[in-house]
Ligand binder design. Structure first.
Ligand code: FDP
Length: 287
């Protein structure tokens, strides 16, 4: 049975999505601040973070709001810890390309492992606003539309989402010269088998894999063995969704969901997709 708190969390994310989109045109500029990972924050990131903090802070059963843009968790009551990447792929704001909001609902205070997730999802601000939600009932794709009352409506368009049997696409982040040799070799093989789909926002690129099957990676880099993506806000929620769809996730040696974090803003290499492609990746990195 659907957890009513999880439902309320995704209602709040859906209600916020039209306002996040509406505010983007005037917020393509730098905000003048850096986030806890040392990245320049755009005005769009700050605004999305503020709207989501307000909406999620009001959900009964949410105990803390934890954001990629904030150094500490914000205590908002008793219950789940909701971790948010408010505007994933926000460097696409200048070039007007896809972005999204990533959400993880943890039944434990953060930092904790992805095994404590009870649900995860993302909103995708593409030509259509969609939301992919994974919980105890499976994985669904929904379309989010503005409601007559100024809020939003959610309609399920695909129930019981699973990864296609035959993989079609791949998307790998980072610069090729910065990839370790073993990953470069794996990528060369994959290039012969699949089509490149890379747009520079994790949510958009993962949604290509969700739709067509394949593999997405932001790998370990030679000078950044932890890669770029944040475990609690990005990697865990995406790994939870892909595993719930019958796919696999990895940090290079095992499921992302088994990674034990040391800090709230830990980074981790992320490899997700069709299980046999992830098995091959782990074998290639192990050689
Ligand atoms: P962004 O910095 O634009 O927010 O971690 C965030 C992220 O985008 C991911 O969405 C994306 O996959 C990755 O970084 C892109 O990084 P590169 O610009 O280094 O390719």
């Amino acid at each position: 049975m659907t957890d009513p708190v999880v439902e309320a969390v995704f209602d709040a994310v859906a209600e916020t999505a039209p306002a996040i989109r509406d505010a983007l045109p005037g917020r393509r500029v730098e905000s003048g601040t850096e986030n806890p990972s040392g990245e320049t924050v755009l005005a769009g990131d700050v605004h999305a973070d503020k709207l989501l903090a307000e909406a999620l802070g009001e959900v009964d059963g949410v105990g803390s709001f934890v954001s990629e843009e904030r150094p500490e968790a914000v205590d908002v009551g008793e219950g789940y810890a909701v971790a948010i990447d408010p505007l994933d792929g926000s460097s696409n704001l200048r070039s007007n390309n896809t972005m999204g909001t990533v959400v993880g609902v943890y039944d434990a205070a953060l930092p904790t492992s992805g095994r404590d997730l009870v649900a995860a999802g993302y909103a995708l601000y593409g030509p259509i606003t969609t939301m992919v939600v994974a919980d105890g009932d499976g994985v669904r794709e929904e379309v989010v539309e503005r409601g007559d009352d100024g809020g939003a409506s959610r309609s399920v368009v695909v129930d019981d989402l699973t990864l296609p049997d035959e993989p079609t696409v791949y998307g790998f982040g980072g610069r090729v010269p910065d990839w370790p040799a073993a990953f470069r070799e794996y990528a060369r093989e994959v290039e012969d088998e699949l089509k490149l789909r890379y747009g520079g926002s994790m949510v958009g690129d993962v949604n290509q894999v969700v739709t067509y099957g394949g593999v997405f990676a932001y790998p370990a880099l030679v000078d950044a063995p932890e890669g770029k993506l944040r475990l609690s806000f990005e990697a865990n929620p995406i790994a939870y969704i892909i595993e719930a769809m019958g796919g696999a996730s990895s940090d290079g040696s095992g499921s992302i969901l088994d990674v034990e974090p040391e800090g709230l803003h830990d980074r981790v290499p992320l490899y997700v997709g069709t299980d046999r492609l992830i098995d091959r990746l782990e074998a290639a990195l192990d050689e």
